[in-house]
Design a protein around this ligand. Structure first.
Ligand code: NAI
Ligand code: PYR
Ligand code: MG
Length: 371
């Protein structure tokens, strides 16, 4: 199969969809891998490393897209990338379509087969291709939050661990999944007082057990959220309903009760965000203020630590890429219902129920596409 890897063009996105080690595995299986010149530079992988792995380097972007059967990316395609996609091609990347109506429309019009990393499931009920980047983003959320609490960033001027005789910061994490656990773990490590809220009792039990009560767990109700948000210095949004737009859990009114200079980090922004006042920001300008509360809402947080993230991403995606390349998308998805859950758009139709519901459209069952 002819596999192409374009250079990412989203603001401050330095990741690349494949490492040279990943390219070597694919080339070794008889596939042709073409990498856009410079695509790996931001992650520290030079063109020469890809060439050594047996990949081809292409300078002509239009030719790269035109000739590919399978296109591997990291972030959702930008407008000029959607224009390069055509029927018969397969796109494998993060899509987060419920938050992007224009993108969804563009992908439907392209006629391409679009498989989203973030809706692929596993036997344990997890999201194996979202998890590595959620681990990164969860850990980064605390770094971003701690920085935003500094006075020069608009924050209240609070040091996360406090000092002897002065209390540490209070951190609330809404959603105790992969992002939430990693954020809570980092905040605990910094000496903050940490509360995790979730709707899953089983998950709260697991966290309580794993951290031996060192973080407080709360069942997530409107009352609990109001109370915790009022008391917290840093609130991290980490909820997810797979494929769907994030529920708005912190309302504009609740913001008025927050302490001036407190910080909201909305990691769930790639699904539209879980705070009513969230809007996507970029690494170039990551924060803004609403009612004296600092908002950090970067939709591609792992892009800033591209070296770590690129390796973690390829580790997770490679088995799926091999399956797509060896078998073709239809057989690969037909063989694995968890992989099939990643099919979001095919031949002009939405094939994921939560995405179709987000836009009030009638989708087509993914199972019908591969049967
Ligand atoms: N901004 C960025 O750069 C990145 C964003 N993300 C995003 O972070 C979000 C979280 O991802 P994961 O942790 O991997 O998901 P996950 O599925 O592991 O965890 C989500 C948790 O939210 C909980 N939840 C759902 N509704 C809730 C509610 N109403 N109240 C409280 N908890 C609720 C679920 O029970 C689950 O435990 C996703 O939107 C993901 O796309 C992930 C990586 C990078
Ligand atoms: C998951 C995601 O949106 C990211 O890694 O950028
Ligand atoms: Mg986006």
């Amino acid at each position: 199969m002819h596999i192409a890897v374009p250079k990412e063009i989203k603001n401050h996105e330095y990741r690349v969809a494949l490492t040279p080690s990943g390219a070597r595995e694919l080339v070794g299986r008889g596939h042709r891998v073409t990498i856009q010149a410079g695509a790996g530079d931001g992650a520290g992988f030079a063109d020469s490393a890809f060439e050594t792995a047996g990949a081809w380097i292409e300078r002509d972007v239009a030719a790269l897209w035109h000739e590919a059967e399978l296109i591997l990316k990291v972030k959702e395609p930008q407008r000029e990338e959607v224009a390069c996609l055509s029927a018969g091609q397969t796109l494998f990347t993060y899509l987060h379509l419920a938050a992007e109506e224009n993108l969804t429309q563009g992908l439907m019009e392209s006629g391409a087969t679009c498989i989203a990393y973030e809706t692929i499931t596993d036997r344990q009920g997890g999201l194996p291709l979202l998890a590595p980047m959620s681990t990164v983003a969860g850990r980064m959320a605390v770094q971003a939050g701690a920085h935003s609490l500094e006075k020069a960033q608009g924050g209240a001027g609070i040091l996360m661990p406090g000092v002897p005789g002065v209390a540490p910061a209070r951190v609330a994490v809404i959603g105790g999944g992969v992002v939430g656990e990693n954020a809570a773990r980092m905040a605990l490590g910094l000496g903050a007082e940490v509360t995790v809220l979730d709707r899953s009792i089983a998950r709260l039990e697991q966290l309580d057990d794993r951290y031996q009560g060192r973080m407080k767990t709360l069942y997530s109700t409107a009352d609990a959220l109001e109370q915790v948000v009022r008391e917290s210095d840093l609130v991290i949004g980490a909820v997810l309903v797979p494929g769907a737009a994030a529920p708005k859990l912190i309302t504009r009114e609740m913001l008025a009760d927050m302490k001036p200079g407190s910080v909201l980090v909305d990691v769930a922004i790639d699904q539209g965000g879980c705070f009513a006042t969230s809007r996507a920001t970029t690494h170039a300008e990551p924060t803004y203020l609403v009612d004296g509360v600092v908002h950090y809402c970067v939709a591609n947080m792992p892009g800033a630590v591209a070296r770590t993230s690129t390796q973690a991403l390829t580790n997770a995606t490679l088995p799926y890429i091999i399956s797509l390349s060896d078998k073709g998308w239809r057989q690969a998805l037909a063989d694995d219902p968890h992989f099939l859950a990643g099919l979001n758009v095919h031949d002009g139709r939405i094939t994921h129920a939560a995405v179709a519901e987000a836009f009030g459209l009638r989708g087509r069952a993914a199972s019908l596409v591969v049967s």
